[in-house]
Write a new protein. Structure first.
Length: 612
């Protein structure tokens, strides 16, 4: 069709309908249609004689130029402009009758959208131009016919093929001479050979168009091309042609559009979209899975569900003597297949399949056709019985090496494109990261459990120890305070935690010395043993003997001090009492008015008082 705008004449169309058509075409393609309105039918015919219009839209309800009379006058005057008639709801029979009288098509007002209207108009104009070209010159027709990109087959009223252009020969894989005189049944047979089933409806679109007198549009068919020995996908539009005044079509043009490549691209795009969906849902599965095993099973199910593969499994490389591959998870139709593989990732016969190769090399590996690939021989028969045709294995990597692989099996040979491999590699990388995260999480949980047990053990030891144990940080803040400390001071651990120990436990007269000593501790002058007084919560003083241990960081800097103290108040008091008694006895001894001598067991004199 020419890229220029289509000039449309609306003849005797009711104003409301005219506005509706104008709005529909404006929305569809405003730059492709020029609309002129002519309320009177007679004036419309005069305008058509000027030859400035490409199509006539005629309202069958026009009062002065109505129905069949309008069409007959257009045909009688040989105006050669395609006519599309407009009918109202329930007037389909009028439209069919108008087609028999020469109208290209009919539309029901109020039941047509803009795209449908534009398409009908374009098709009407195109058909009219083709017909006009055929009427003007057989040579022009032949040039047009043979130069069309789409395949075109011309058939008579019985369906016999009368002509076919080179594009049709290329699409159908047969020459015009092979088809001449045959009916569409020959093409139907061709369709049956494509997939082993009969054509839907058991009737070719061209025969339907001849029988019904209606155009059959955009029927999708898969046809076997014997020249290429391959199936081609095509769309068929069959356009019947009816002579003015006749009821039945006298010929039909069948237009073929080869959509094999487009269909392939669409199928590839759909497959990639499904793979992307699987990739997205696999990442979501990581967030919801509770552990590694559940995560692996979910990913396998997601791939089978979205990508439609026959079976998917995940295997881990074992570092045993056989370098075996251990099944971790699978989904899809297996029927014992994986257990029977006896795979290895060693460079041996059972390790040169896709899974073993992917693990050994750290790169994706595949089998395009299991029936012909010699490396797949050990598993060919088992795969064939389960409907597998091709496979792809993608390594799972961590730390610069492959620790396993995810392997996918398809029903179709050569089912994995380069883009599939790219996306599935991304999925495998995400899966590897997810596995590493679950293992790190498990290791962390084990470490935390070990630390908890150790903390519980330390706490139990501290709280059962008879000595006071207090841990302070570099700022002198108490971080641990055991049960013995609570009993001694009357303070609970909650009351002293985070407080500098001299705020609560050091007598006021000792504060200066204690703080000076703590500054020396931070500078590295660390006293291992010392004694000092503590204040209890009720104000009593207790004397403690301390043994200190420093906890340092990697640079040797003191981070915490662990002090273990023994309450020596009673002992010091007893010692003081003994000393006082000794001093008292000594004074009595020296000042006694009697002679006092101290002798040992051998009656040797050891000491005498002043009376001597």
């Amino acid at each position: 069709m020419s890229a220029t705008a289509i000039r449309i004449l609306l003849a005797a169309v009711r104003p409301s309908v005219a506005r509706e058509l104008d709005e529909l075409l404006r929305r569809a393609r405003p730059d492709r249609f020029i609309i002129t309105r002519e309320p009177r039918g007679g004036d419309a015919l005069a305008r058509l004689r000027s030859g400035r219009f490409d199509v006539l839209l005629l309202d069958l309800s026009s009062p002065d130029l109505a129905g069949a009379d309008a069409l007959r006058r257009v045909n009688a005057e040989r105006l050669r402009v395609p006519v599309i008639v407009l009918t109202g709801p329930g007037q389909e029979e009028l439209g069919v009758a108008a087609r028999r009288l020469g109208a290209q098509d009919y539309l029901m007002s109020g039941r047509t959208d803009g795209h449908e209207l534009a398409r009908v108009i374009r098709h009407a104009v195109e058909r009219a131009r083709v017909a006009e070209a055929l009427r003007r010159s057989e040579e022009e027709y032949r040039r047009l016919f043979e130069s069309m990109v789409n395949g075109v087959v011309y058939q008579d009223a019985t369906g016999r093929v009368m002509a076919m252009n080179p594009a049709a020969e290329r699409i159908l894989g047969r020459t015009q001479e092979e088809f001449l005189g045959e009916t569409s049944a020959g093409m139907e047979d061709q369709t049956v050979r494509a997939d082993g089933t009969a054509f839907p409806g058991a009737e070719h679109p061209a025969m339907v168009a001849l029988r019904t007198g209606r155009e059959v549009r955009d029927v999708v068919m898969g046809m076997y091309n014997p020249r290429e020995r391959a199936r081609r996908w095509i769309t068929i539009t069959a356009v019947p042609l009816t002579r003015p005044g006749e009821d039945k079509p006298h010929e039909v043009f069948t237009v073929f559009d080869d959509i094999t490549e487009r269909r392939g691209r669409e199928a590839e795009l759909a497959r990639l979209n499904r793979t992307l969906k699987a990739l997205s849902d696999s990442n979501q599965a990581f967030l919801w899975a509770r552990d590694e095993d559940r995560y692996l099973r979910d990913v396998c199910r997601i791939i089978v569900r979205h990508c439609g593969h026959r079976m998917v499994w995940i295997g881990y490389a074992e570092d045993d003597e056989d370098k075996s591959v251990r099944l971790a998870a699978h989904a899809g139709f297996d029927a014992g297949y994986i257990r029977s593989l006896r795979l290895t990732w060693a460079d041996s016969e059972r390790g040169r399949g896709p899974t073993g190769t992917a693990i050994r090399t750290g790169k994706p590996a595949g089998c395009r056709n299991m029936l012909t690939d010699p490396a797949f021989a050990p598993w060919r028969e088992a795969a064939r019985r389960r409907g597998y045709a091709s496979s792809l294995a993608v390594p799972l990597r961590a730390g610069g090496r492959a620790f396993g692989a995810i392997t996918l099996y398809s029903r179709e040979p050569d089912a994995f494109s380069d883009e599939d491999v790219h996306l599935l590699t991304e999925l495998a990388n995400d899966l590897s990261h997810g596995i590493a995260a679950f293992r790190l999480r498990a290791a962390q949980a084990e470490t935390e459990e070990a630390l908890r047990l150790e903390r519980d053990f330390v706490s139990a030891v501290l709280n059962t120890a008879g000595a006071v144990v207090v841990v302070v940080d570099r700022a002198g803040r108490i971080t641990r305070f055991n049960r013995a400390g609570e009993l001694l001071t009357g303070y609970t651990e909650a009351e002293v935690r985070g407080r500098q120990y001299w705020d609560l436990l050091v007598p006021p007269e000792d504060l200066r010395n204690v703080k000076r000593a703590w500054r020396a501790v931070k500078a590295g002058d660390f006293p291992n043993f010392h004694e000092n007084h503590w204040l209890t919560k009720n104000g009593a003083r207790r004397l403690l003997a301390w043994s200190n241990t420093a906890l340092t960081d990697s640079a040797g800097k003191i981070r915490h001090v662990v002090a273990t103290g023994i309450d020596i108040t009673a002992r010091k008091q007893a010692e003081r009492a003994v000393q006082d008694r000794e001093e008292e006895l000594a004074a009595i001894y020296e000042n006694a008015p009697l002679l006092i001598m101290l002798v040992d067991g051998a009656l040797r004199i050891r000491k005498v008082n002043k009376q001597v």
